[in-house]
Design a protein around this ligand. Structure first.
Ligand SMILES: [Zn+2]
Ligand SMILES: [Zn+2]
Length: 500
């Protein structure tokens, strides 16, 4: 029996499947082991993000097509590509001028140069054939670092605090401006969020081509990017009383999915967190069956209010990407409104089935959309704004053997370790060490040393490996009332604004 899927999904998969073949470049060394990346002071967030990206095979083969003959993917110029000119807002400031020619650049070109050397036969240890690390000032990525410095040339989050310090508070406006310039400059070499850095890199790629042609259809390059990273979703709100359905934000493209782990002690896992991100109940008036208002009540003193209905808001996936990037939002707030890092242990499955979230999942025999765990980016430390980042990756496969290689490596700046079950005594029996959460590589378990997943990368499984589709958990969740409910707060207001 033929399994059904949406036309959008079929075309997305077809585009992704052609990427590797279209590339003539191949890895230039015999060992496929990751290469260590030295830390330039606080650049672990860049190293971890780059290690993840450099181990997404189709992404690497795609980037290598930039500027190749007959590929029709040239560099762009400013203002189309804002990375090709100094930032408008700060162009005249001394720190930006100091960056010189390396403060501007084409992200695909810089990545391409880096990929060639990272995966190339340079700097190989003759004894064991392993690649040796790149120092921070190695020419293959120094330009990329300089451009990254410029991305973070901006007011630091604690600028207000700094200006209010004893030594600054009584300064003149002119003297304060000097402090501001210094603070912006210092911010370039500070620790930042790996997720934000990754977005700068991916945006830098997206600036280099047109997204739509003269007819408004996506261009070939845009289709390729979407086939790798974009989850296109559709949002519907259904009134349980009258069945009225409204579709909002038709086909919104998103980079992967952002999930919020539960706080407290209840069990939580990635699939449940995705379900929660896809469904919620929102109290908002129904244009078809609500009374316009509930009148004021003089006796109780209640004011006139709109009559809400508990709408079921559901997000469904029109087309899913080759690489599903899951961003774990660990920022939570305590009772007094202070932000803290939510270190709740989220279970990470090796196989993730999102078929129930597809728009065509109601068909009798849907083609499953399943993913296999590929990489994890970790954050270590209790504070959100600093701490340390590292990455775990699955070995890069040879171009033709999609799942042939499955060795795992832990990439902690310069140090590359074989990431095996033996490294973590409590995880000896798990089939894939990347499912371990938290990761602790020190002998004595110590919370301070725990690495918590921050970004989880899944790779789409080929049709021949797909498991049998088991049906909808979301519908069961709705029936049992296991769906988060949003009150008549800001959220309800937003929806009212959108539909009126
Ligand atoms: Zn370029
Ligand atoms: Zn209704």
């Amino acid at each position: 029996m033929v399994r059904t899927q949406s036309a959008a999904q079929r075309s997305r998969s077809a585009v992704a499947s052609k990427i590797t073949k279209a590339c003539t470049w191949r890895i230039g060394r015999t060992s496929y082991r990751p290469r260590g990346l030295a830390n330039g002071g606080a650049s672990c967030y860049r190293n971890a993000a780059l290690q993840n990206l450099l181990h997404l095979p189709k992404f690497v083969y795609w980037i290598m097509q930039h500027n190749e003959p007959r590929r029709n993917w040239p560099c762009a110029t400013a203002p189309t590509d804002p990375n090709q000119a100094p930032p408008l807002k700060w162009a005249d400031e001394p720190a930006i001028e100091k960056l010189g020619a390396d403060g501007v650049g084409c992200v695909p070109c810089l990545l391409k140069g880096f990929i060639v050397d990272y995966w190339g036969p340079t700097l190989i240890n003759a004894t064991n054939d392993h690649p040796t690390r790149f120092l921070f000032d190695h020419p293959c990525w120094l330009h990329l670092h300089t451009l990254s410095d410029r991305w973070f040339y901006r007011d630091p989050l604690d600028l207000e605090e700094t200006l209010n310090k004893k030594e600054n508070i009584n300064k003149t406006e002119e003297e304060k401006e000097v402090v501001v310039l210094e603070e912006r400059e210092k911010n370039m070499s500070r620790q930042h969020d790996a997720d934000e850095f990754m977005r700068y890199v991916l945006d830098g790629i997206e600036y280099t081509y047109a997204h739509a042609d003269a007819n408004g259809d996506p261009t070939k390059r845009k289709k390729q990017y979407d086939s790798l990273f974009t989850r296109t979703v559709q949002e519907t709100m259904t009134c349980p009383a009258c069945g009225h359905v409204r579709t909002i934000g038709h086909e919104t493209p998103e980079l992967g999915v952002r999930i919020e782990p539960l706080t407290g002690r209840a069990h939580d896992d990635v699939a449940s967190a995705i379900n929660r991100s896809m469904t919620e109940i929102i109290d908002t008036p129904c244009p078809q069956c609500s009374n316009p208002t509930i009148p004021a009540n003089k006796k109780t003193g209640a004011k006139e209010i709109e009559d809400p209905r508990a709408f079921v808001r559901r997000i469904r996936v029109v087309a899913a990407p080759e690489y599903l990037r899951i961003h774990v939002n660990v920022e939570a707030y305590n009772a007094s409104g202070q932000p803290y890092k939510n270190r709740k242990t989220l279970a990470i499955p090796e196989i993730l089935d999102i078929t129930q979230h597809m728009t065509y999942s109601d068909d009798p025999n849907p083609l499953p959309v399943c993913y296999k765990l590929r990489h994890v980016l970790y954050h270590q430390g209790d504070l959100l704004r600093n701490g340390h980042y590292a990455a775990a990756v699955t070995e890069m496969p040879p171009p033709r053997g999609r799942w042939a290689h499955s060795n795992k490596f832990f990439c902690n700046d310069s140090v590359i370790s074989d990431f095996t079950n033996e490294l973590m005594p409590t995880k000896r029996n798990v089939s894939n060490i990347l499912t371990a959460n938290p990761v602790n590589l020190s002998a004595g378990l110590n919370v301070e040393n725990d690495y918590d997943p921050s970004i989880i990368w899944y790779e789409r499984m080929p049709t021949r490996e797909l498991p049998v589709y088991k049906g909808e958990e979301v519908v069961a969740g709705l029936a049992e009332g296991r769906v988060p409910r949003k009150g008549r707060g800001k959220r309800g207001e937003e929806y009212r604004a959108e539909v009126s």
